[in-house]
Design a protein. Structure first.
Lengths: 613, 387
């Protein structure tokens, strides 16, 4: 198809130039057309979309375009767009399925390509940025290198200068030293020269002096004299001569004596000092040992321990006392021993102190690292808590104080004051009131009981009386029945009547009382005796009477307990008046009561009472 | 009377007694008493000889070849021995004489170039000998002439200027031209410490007393005290740091005013008083127990001399003015010498008991009595004798 459709689309006018460039073939196929279109596809599609898409295939060149497409696709490996042709000459029908498949495939490929393109683009960007970054780093490093090089050069320069200076100074020093040496040499030479001169001059001078001396001595000037008023002269008028020969030895002796004295004195002083210093050293040693010995028990370090124990063994030798005396001597070995031992102890002490310092520093470090943080937090929390507590307490105290002040200060309302006065003690007061009421109730109850008891006692007394009277009448009757038989018991009768008359109440009381141990026998019995004594001579007695009497005696032996104080009192009083005792336990009740009665009545028997307090 | 060669002696107890010694043509250069007070030693001119005159027996003895040096004669404190420096044939010798009969005890040579001075230690057993100022050398000899030790601090500089023993004989203080005092100990004869005399004092523990004039001016503007009488002065305590007046010595003249020229120990050996000639107005008092500077006293004029009270640590200073200054650890006081005219105190001398002080001027002397309340009283007398 050689038709070459020049596209007169305005959007593609720029493309036309390109197209014209690319055309080299006379025969232009839609493929070339398409190629050119593809090549120019970089131009934004949005404008040319429709024109672009419609530029390739128009209604006129459908067949051509199909065949072209088919050609292209088959070259790319796609299946043919045409249907299976049966013959060569028949027109090939378009295989829609193949077309769709190819389209799909093309779309898929298009997508893949786009993805790949994107990836490539991103990678490109990344690489570009990396490259930029590396370039900037490189630039920086280059700068740094430059600066460090410059610094190094500067330092080298300074170093060189300093070395120069140093050399100069050394040189100067050497020069100075040389100068000093030179000057010293000069001085020395001058000194020798001077000395030489001096000696020469001195010799001259001495010579002159000698001459002068001779002259002076020879002259014997008379004027050289001494006048002394009243001097102690010699016997012969001559001047005394100097005694120069004899006393030489004596002088030597004296001189040596003086020297020796001085040396001895000094030696004494030094010995004293030595002794003091030794004492001090020994004290130090002892104290050091005592300081170190409690530490030796803990094995801090074996080496030190071994040396320490070694030393302690040496020091604690049994011959301690003898050692003490040896220390006093000042011989070489002893001195060395002392100093060595002191030194050892000191070394041990020093190492110990150093160890302690290390430990302390370690503890400090560790403490600060791990524990102190936590403990500090705890500490802070606790302090906060405590502070809160303190605050609260303070507030409470303040409120209390305020209340107290209000309490003390207010004197305005009497009512309120009266109300408030006892407000603190209200509770207690109420409690007390309750208790008081209880107590009063109890008191009342007791009173009631007492009254009832007294009434009962009165009643009982009355009943007893009645009973006694009844008994008496009954006994009378009995007696009357019996009196026809004998008159022997006239005494008994008397006794009986006396007894019946007097001690009714007592018997009744005795009866009525419950049987109990003979505890307070005195209560009942003395009264009985008193009554009996009163009425003794009058009452006769019968066997029954004796029995009753024995019963009575038994009964009377029974103590009277639980009597109300009002009743016991007169009995006691009566007993005391009677002043008689009654041995109850020892008196058995006997049926043969007559004799006993007789003896009982006749004799104011001194009854003893048992159990009386 | 040196010019006439005459020595006149008077007795203090017997005013009638007097003695006159005439040396005649031999001349007289120096004269001194012997420690027993019965002999007079006259040094003839040119140091030809020393004549020992006995006042009791009128006998005479001659000692040849005495050395002409700063301190060639030294009597031991107990008065037994006399050490004399001699020089024969350009060599130095020391002769020790027994003072009781003037017998020669020992005669030995010293290892010095040019012996400048000798001094006995107060215990009388050691003799300190020092060399000329051109060489720093201090030699110590025992009584029997053996050399005990030699000490040399440095070379090639001016050496020893003054030497003083401590009264307990424990220390030997050597003052030298470099402005330092070196203390040697008597056991090892090695240096214990050295005291420097810088012009600027910065140690805050040192007390610096400065003499200041109290010049009360009257209301009319004229001075209250008459002009012929010097103004009163008092001491003020100056705050440390203090810089003292220094003197630049003339380097080309002999006897330059540098170095420690005066040294004196207090009688209990607790203090050492020094004067550095560079700083002529100041007296430095050193504490010998702690071996450090204790007090500095700066006077208005140059210090001429000072002397310790023989009984207690009390220092009397005179500076050529009409005042005498007393210092003790309790404090210091400046005392005006009473009298008409200007009494220039040139030197002073304590009495042995420490109760009085003799102040000497050119041709007057004043006796100063110190009462227990430390009040100074004065009595002026004419100078009768040269001694």
């Amino acid at each position: 198809m050689g038709d070459w459709m020049t596209v007169t689309d305005p959007g593609l006018s720029s493309e036309s130039k390109n197209i014209s460039q690319y055309t080299s073939e006379t025969k232009m196929s839609p493929s070339s057309l398409y190629l050119q279109k593809v090549l120019c596809s970089s131009i934004p599609l949005s404008k040319n979309v429709h024109s672009f898409f419609s530029a390739f295939c128009t209604e006129e060149n459908i067949e051509q375009s199909i065949s072209y497409l088919d050609q292209e696709l088959t070259t790319f490996g796609f299946p043919s767009l045409y249907e299976e042709s049966k013959g060569k000459e028949t027109k090939r029908e378009l295989n829609i399925v193949a077309v769709l498949n190819c389209m799909n495939e093309l779309l898929i490929r298009q997508r893949k390509n786009l993805l790949a393109q994107e990836n490539v683009e991103t990678q490109n960007l990344k690489l570009g940025s990396d490259m930029d970054h590396l370039q900037s780093c490189y630039a920086k490093l280059k700068e740094q290198l430059e600066t460090s090089r410059r610094e190094m050069i500067g330092l080298q320069e300074r170093d060189r200068q300093l070395q120069c200076k140093n050399r100069n100074l050394h040189q100067l020093l050497k020069n100075e030293k040389d100068e000093v040496q030179k000057l010293q040499n000069i001085i020395a030479s001058r000194a020798t020269q001077y000395n030489h001169d001096m000696k020469r001059k001195e010799r001259e001078y001495n010579k002159l002096k000698e001459r002068l001396h001779q002259l002076v001595m020879n002259k014997k000037d008379k004027r050289i004299a001494m006048e002394v008023l009243n001097y102690v002269g010699r016997a012969d008028g001559k001047r005394g001569s100097w005694r120069t020969d004899k006393s030489e030895a004596r002088n030597e002796d004296e001189m040596y004596k003086i020297l020796l004295n001085d040396y001895e004195y000094r030696q004494k002083q030094i010995l004293m000092e030595n002794a003091e210093l030794k004492k001090v050293l020994q004290q130090m040693k002892k104290e050091m040992i005592s300081l170190l010995s409690p530490q030796k028990q803990k094995p801090i370090e074996k080496a030190d321990d071994s040396t320490g124990t070694g030393i302690s063994d040496v020091e604690e030798d049994p011959g301690e006392l003898s050692r003490e005396s040896i220390w006093d001597l000042s011989c070489e070995t002893v001195r060395e021993q002392l100093t060595n031992s002191i030194r050892k102890q000191w070394r041990i002490l020093k190492s110990h102190v150093e160890k302690l310092d290390n430990q302390v520093s370690k503890v400090h470090l560790e403490g600060f690292n791990d524990e102190d943080v936590i403990s500090r937090q705890d500490h802070e929390e606790e302090t906060e808590k405590l502070e809160l507590e303190i605050q609260q307490c303070k507030e409470m105290i303040k409120t209390q104080q305020q209340l107290l002040q209000q309490q003390l200060a207010t004197t305005c309302d009497d009512d309120t004051t009266s109300l408030l006065q006892d407000c603190y003690l209200l509770e207690e007061k109420e409690r007390l009131k309750e208790e008081w009421s209880l107590f009063k109730e109890q008191k009342k109850n007791f009173e009631k009981e007492r009254r009832s008891f007294t009434e009962a006692a009165i009643r009982l007394g009355l009943e007893r009386k009645a009973f006694e009277e009844e008994r008496a009448s009954w006994l009378k009757q009995q007696f009357l029945n019996m009196t026809t038989f004998d008159h022997q018991n006239s005494e008994n009768v008397r006794l009986f009547s006396a007894f019946s008359g007097s001690s009714d109440r007592d018997n009744l009381t005795v009866h009525s009382r419950p049987r109990q141990k003979p505890y307070r026998v005195s209560n009942g019995s003395p009264i009985c005796t008193s009554k009996l004594t009163k009425s003794l001579p009058a009452s006769p007695s019968t066997s029954d009477f004796c029995q009753t009497r024995s019963c009575v005696s038994e009964h009377s032996s029974i103590s009277v307990l639980n009597m109300t104080p009002e009743e016991t009192r007169p009995n006691q009083v009566g007993g005391e008046c009677a002043n008689q005792k009654w041995s109850v336990a020892s008196r058995p009740a006997s049926q043969d009561g007559c004799c006993s009665e007789c003896s009982w009545t006749s004799t104011n028997s001194h009854v003893e009472k048992d159990g009386l307090p | 009377m040196y010019k006439r060669g005459l020595v006149q002696v008077w007795s203090l107890e017997q005013p009638e007694w007097h003695c006159r010694i005439d040396e005649g043509s031999a001349g007289l250069v120096a004269s001194c008493w012997s420690p027993d007070g019965r002999h007079i030693l006259n040094t003839t001119e040119f140091h030809l000889r020393i004549t020992v005159w006995s006042l009791c027996t009128k006998s005479v003895s001659y000692i040849k070849y005495p050395k002409a040096c700063q301190q060639g004669i030294s009597f031991s404190r107990d008065g037994r021995y006399l050490a004399l420096a001699e020089r024969r044939d350009c060599k130095d010798y020391v002769s020790i004489f027994v003072c009781s009969d003037w017998q020669l005890l020992r005669h030995f040579d010293t290892d010095t170039q040019d012996l400048a001075g000798i001094e006995w230690a107060p215990n009388g057993c050691v003799l300190a000998v020092w060399d000329t100022c051109l060489e720093y050398k201090v030699l110590l000899y025992s009584l029997d002439g053996r050399q005990l030790a030699a000490y040399c601090a440095y070379e090639w500089s001016l050496g020893v200027k003054s030497v003083a023993w401590s009264p307990s004989s424990q220390f030997l203080a050597v003052g030298s031209y470099d402005g330092k005092v070196r203390i040697l100990n008597h056991v090892t004869w090695k240096m214990l410490t050295e005291f420097a005399h810088p012009a600027a004092i910065s140690d805050p523990r040192v007390v610096v007393y400065k003499e200041a004039e109290k010049s009360p001016r009257g209301a009319l503007g004229r001075p209250a005290c008459p002009s012929f009488r010097a103004a009163e002065s008092k001491y003020e305590i100056a705050a440390v740091p203090v810089s003292l007046q220094t003197l630049k010595p003339a380097a080309d003249r002999a006897n330059p005013k540098i170095g420690v020229g005066l040294l004196a120990f207090s009688p209990d050996s607790y203090f050492l008083a020094t004067r550095n000639d560079n700083v002529p107005n100041a007296v430095w008092v050193w504490d010998m127990q702690k071996l450090r500077l204790f007090v500095v006293l700066e006077q208005l004029g140059p210090v001429r001399s000072f002397q310790w009270d023989p009984q207690r640590p009390r220092l009397a200073i005179c500076s050529g003015g009409s005042k005498v200054y007393l210092w003790s650890p309790a404090g210091c006081v400046s005392v005006q010498v009473p009298g008409e005219g200007d009494f220039q105190v040139l030197s002073l001398c304590w009495h042995v008991t420490g109760a009085s002080l003799a102040l000497l001027s050119k041709d007057h002397f004043c006796l100063c009595f110190l009462e227990t309340e430390d009040e100074a009283d004065g009595a002026i007398g004419q100078l009768g004798a040269h001694t």
